[in-house]
Design a binder for this molecule. Structure first.
Ligand code: IDC
Length: 462
């Protein structure tokens, strides 16, 4: 009854005489502001960021347009939008996750490009065809210097080392590496192939690839040679794409890493000698110790690290911390046990793991405090609860990543896989096909993480 009344009313209105009868037919207020900045520029090339602010009514789907003043200016590769160029006219259309822009909403997109002669800021910015007049375009051009050395994270940064509380590159400058962790390779091995690693390196701009090799749960202990070979192959695949590879000895249950110490010595002796000459390898000796004292973890580390050093003396080693790598917090302790009794080794970092929906302010304050005392690396974190499932927590995840960015602490997200759980970045079934690019394969968490990981690194090169 009700439904037919509504339909009849609509027909009646549609038959009416003009737009004035239809509040929705009144043109939406449109307006935009664009902040355009050249983050770096070198002979022939540059990198620009474009911040779009919608100062009109909310839009669901947008295209930004602008014009380059010179014919030598070309977009070569863009991010966080679908980019195209015809002559000097450029368009950038939203991707799925930044489709809707409320009033005051912003989208951060960017590109690398080429120029010759001069590189003036673009003009005639439009959003959905309407000129952006919200405020002047801001153009910041940093000094024209040398092009970045190399094309990818490993070429630019080379062999890493720990410097104070930071991770430093070959120029002895602190760097933050951002990227993804696999799921357990005993279960999700099919997700790691040329196509998926190409997408991770080229589209995600991931700096690193953490290879989670479980020891139990049908992992390494069931077939050491298969897992050792597979890890080595994945290291090569990451290296070929210029990504750092974290070899994660994924102990979890039982929580005492000493349970696996003989396996750890055997495994690390093999992978360290096989990969010693590579610049892209980091060794993570125990994923998440739990139910065990810091003294026991330290003792394990001081036995396993020398095995690695004997074969590969200059590689960085990550050491898990108490209570699922929470620096002890999840078992009522804190970072002081490590500060007061550090592992007797150099060139190491301590790992901190969090799951954003479960671990919030007290964990963040621990990291803020510990970061000035200990070299930290977030070798695993989730945007969801500690089960790996539950709702994606955008607010807490954003707070965490903002903090890590500010502290220059590197991170790897759990997981680059199509597991049927909300922590997975890829939609279930993705790994049955050959497509890993585009936003269609991403979960909510995956889209969020990709938007954070794919922004420019601006690694220092001198
Ligand atoms: C989870 C996986 C889940 C698997 C479970 C047990 O997401 O599919 O069934 O392990 O192996 C960790 C661990 C990591 C966990 C993850 C989420 O390092 O192995 O993965 N988590 O529970 N620490 C905190 C959370």
């Amino acid at each position: 009854m009700k439904r037919s009344t509504v339909v009849a009313a609509a027909v009646l209105l549609a038959a009416g005489s003009g737009a004035a009868l239809f509040p929705h037919a009144v043109a939406a207020a449109q307006g935009c502001r664009v902040d355009y900045a050249v983050a770096s520029q070198w002979q022939g090339g540059f990198q620009a960021s474009v911040k779009i602010t919608n100062v009109g009514d909310p839009v669901n789907g947008w295209t930004l347009g602008f014009t380059f003043p010179t014919s030598g200016q070309k977009v070569t590769q863009g991010w966080n939008a679908t980019w195209s160029q015809s002559g000097s006219a450029v368009t950038a259309t939203n991707v799925d996750w930044n489709r809707s822009l409320g009033t005051g909403g912003t989208a951060d997109i960017g590109f690398t490009g080429t120029w010759s002669g001069a590189n003036p800021a673009p003009t005639a910015f439009t959003l959905n065809g309407v000129a952006c007049t919200g405020s002047p375009v801001v153009t910041t051009t940093t000094t024209t210097g040398n092009p970045p050395v190399g094309r990818n994270p490993v070429e630019i940064n080379g062999q890493l080392r720990v410097c104070g509380v930071n991770l430093c590159n070959q120029y002895n400058r602190p760097v933050q590496l951002r990227g993804m962790s696999t799921h357990g390779i005993q279960w999700f091995d099919k997700c790691y192939n040329n196509a998926s690693l190409d997408a991770l390196a080229n589209e995600w701009k991931s700096d690193l690839f953490r290879i989670a090799m479980y020891v139990q749960e049908q992992g390494y202990e069931t077939n050491p040679s298969w897992f050792t070979n597979r890890v080595n192959t994945l290291v090569d695949m990451a290296e070929a794409r210029g990504m750092y590879a974290i070899i994660d000895f994924h102990t979890l249950t039982p929580g005492d890493p000493n349970y696996n110490i003989d396996r750890a010595k055997t495994f690390f002796a093999q992978v360290a000698s096989r990969n010693a000459a590579k610049k892209n390898v980091i060794y993570e000796i125990a994923n998440e110790p739990n139910g065990v004292s810091w003294a026991a973890i330290k003792s394990y580390a001081e036995q396993v690290i020398p095995v690695i050093r004997a074969a590969d003396p200059d590689a960085v080693v990550f050491v898990g911390t108490r209570a699922w790598s929470s620096l002890g917090v999840s078992e009522g302790s804190n970072e002081s046990e490590v500060v007061n009794n550090p592992v007797n080794a150099t060139n190491i970092m301590y790992t901190f793991h969090f799951y954003a929906a479960s671990h919030k302010d007290n964990y963040r304050s621990t990291v803020s405090r510990a970061a000035s005392r200990l070299p930290l690396f977030v070798s695993e974190f989730g945007t969801v609860s500690a089960t790996g499932g539950g709702a994606f927590d955008r607010a807490s995840s954003t707070a965490w990543l903002d903090l890590l960015d500010q502290l220059k602490i590197g991170y790897a997200n759990w997981t680059y896989s199509d597991a049927n759980e909300s922590s997975a970045a890829l939609r279930p079934g993705t790994c049955n096909g050959g497509t890993y690019t585009g936003s269609g394969v991403l979960t909510e968490s995956g889209a969020f993480i990709k938007s954070r990981v794919s922004t420019p690194d601006n690694f220092p090169t001198s």
